[in-house]
Design a protein around this ligand. Structure first.
Ligand code: ZN
Length: 343
C-alpha cells in the first residue's frame, strides 16, 4: 500500500510572480497518482491537516513565520523576484508542511511509502527566508518530525533539477540529517557545488552532485548508482525523505535536462528497494517539489507511485570505466567522507 496526502486548498495559493508555479499543478499531480491507482496500485488518499506550529518552529524562526503569516493574511505581497503570495498562501504552505509531516508519520509509524502531493514547493526556503516559489520548507519540517519521532539518522534526497539551498542551509552543520542533491549546475539558485560538503559536525553530511545542462538518464543513473545510493546505504538512515521535483523532465520549461517519466519510476523503485534492504529503515516519504510542464508532472507522479510499489528495473550498476566525468569528480571529492566512494 501507498499513502498520498494532499489538500485542495494547496491550489488556492497564487504566486503573481510566477506563471509556471500554477494552481493547476496540484490537479495534474493528483491525476497522475489517480491513474496509478485506477491501474491497480494500492493507493490510499488522505486530506492533510495544517502542520502544528511546533513542527514549523523546529525549522523556521518564529519571526519569519509571523511575518509570512501576516503578509498573507493582509492580502499577500512580494517576497523575492520569483516569489509572492496571495491571501491563501499561508494556509496552502502550512497544509503542504502538514502533508509532509503526515507522510513521514505514515512512513515511520504506518510502515507505508507515503507521498505529500502539495504546492507551493519548499526546498529553496530557509529558516528565515522565502525564495524561488518556496515559503515553508516541507522536507525540512518532515525531517525534524522524523527526529522527534525518534529517528537518529534522517536522510533527505533531493532530485529536483534545482539545488535545494534552503534544505542544505538548515542542516549544514548537523550530523543527524544527511542532505543529498543531484541538480543542474551552474544554474539557479547558484549553490550546490561539490565543495559544499557541510560544516562542523555536519562535515561530509551534505552531498552534492552537480550535473551539466541536458543531462539524461545515463548521467543521472550513474549519479544514483555511483554516489547517492552508496552514501545512503553507508549512512543507514531510519527514514529517507525525498524532495521529489520533476523539473529535470525533458519537457519542463525551466529545467533544461533530458529525463523522462521512466527515470523517475526507476529512481523511486531504487529508493524504496534501498529502504527495504537497510536495517531499521522506514519506507520512503516523498514530497512534491518542482515540475512545471503539467503533462510531464502528471506522468512523472504516476511513474513515481508505480515505482514505489514495484521492483527496481534494470540494475543501475556503477562502472568506473564508463562513468561520466561529473560523477567521477563527485566520487573523488566526497571519498574522504565516505568509505563506499573510495577506489
Ligand atoms: Zn526546481
Amino acid at each position: 500500500m501507498i499513502r498520498a496526502y494532499s489538500h485542495p486548498n494547496c491550489a488556492r495559493h497564487h504566486n503573481p510572480n510566477s506563471s509556471v508555479e500554477a494552481p493547476q499543478r496540484l490537479a495534474a499531480a493528483f491525476e497522475g497518482a489517480e491513474r496509478a491507482r485506477t491501474s491497480g496500485v494500492d493507493l490510499d488518499f488522505a486530506y492533510s491537516a495544517p502542520a502544528p506550529r511546533e513542527a514549523l518552529e523546529a525549522v523556521h524562526s518564529p519571526g519569519y513565520l509571523d511575518d509570512l503569516r501576516a503578509l498573507c493574511e493582509g492580502g499577500g505581497g512580494y517576497l523575492d523576484g520569483d516569489t509572492a503570495t496571495n491571501a491563501h498562501s499561508w494556509q496552502a504552505a502550512v497544509l503542504g508542511s502538514g502533508a509532509a509531516v503526515s507522510a513521514v508519520e505514515g512512513a515511520m509509524q504506518g510502515g507505508v511509502p507515503s507521498f505529500a502531493i502539495v504546492r507551493p514547493p519548499g526546498h529553496h526556503a530557509g529558516a528565515h527566508y522565502a525564495m524561488g516559489f518556496c515559503l515553508l520548507n516541507h522536507a525540512a519540517v518532515a525531517a525534524a518530525r522524523a527526529r522527534s519521532l525518534g529517528a537518529e539518522r534522517v536522510a533527505i534526497l533531493d532530485w529536483d533539477v534545482h539545488h535545494g539551498n534552503g534544505t542544505q542551509d538548515i542542516f549544514y552543520d548537523r550530523e543527524d540529517v544527511l542532505y543529498l542533491s543531484v541538480h543542474r549546475s551552474p544554474f539557479y539558485p547558484g549553490t550546490g557545488r561539490l565543495d559544499e560538503a557541510g560544516r562542523g559536525k555536519g562535515r561530509g553530511l551534505t552531498v552534492n552532485v552537480p550535473l551539466p545542462a541536458r543531462s539524461g538518464a545515463d548521467r543521472y543513473a550513474a549519479a544514483f548508482a555511483g554516489v547517492l545510493l552508496p552514501v545512503l546505504r553507508e549512512f543507514e538512515p531510519e527514514v529517507v525523505i525525498v524532495s521529489a521535483g520533476y523539473d529535470a523532465h525533458r519537457d519542463d520549461p525551466l529545467g533544461g535536462m533530458a529525463l523522462d517519466e521512466t527515470f523517475f519510476g526507476e529512481a523511486s523503485a531504487a529508493v524504496a528497494a534501498l529502504a527495504r534492504e537497510l536495517p531499521n529503515c522506514a519506507p520512503p516519504a516523498l514530497i512534491l517539489e518542482g515540475g512545471y510542464n503539467l503533462r510531464a508532472l502528471s506522468g512523472c507522479v504516476e511513474a513515481t507511485v508505480r515505482g514505489l510499489e514495484g521492483e527496481p528495473g534494470r540494475g543501475w550498476e556503477y562502472r568506473a570505466e564508463q562513468a561520466p566525468a561529473p560523477v567521477r569528480e563527485a566520487r573523488e571529492a566526497l571519498a574522504p567522507f565516505w568509505e563506499s566512494l573510495q577506489p
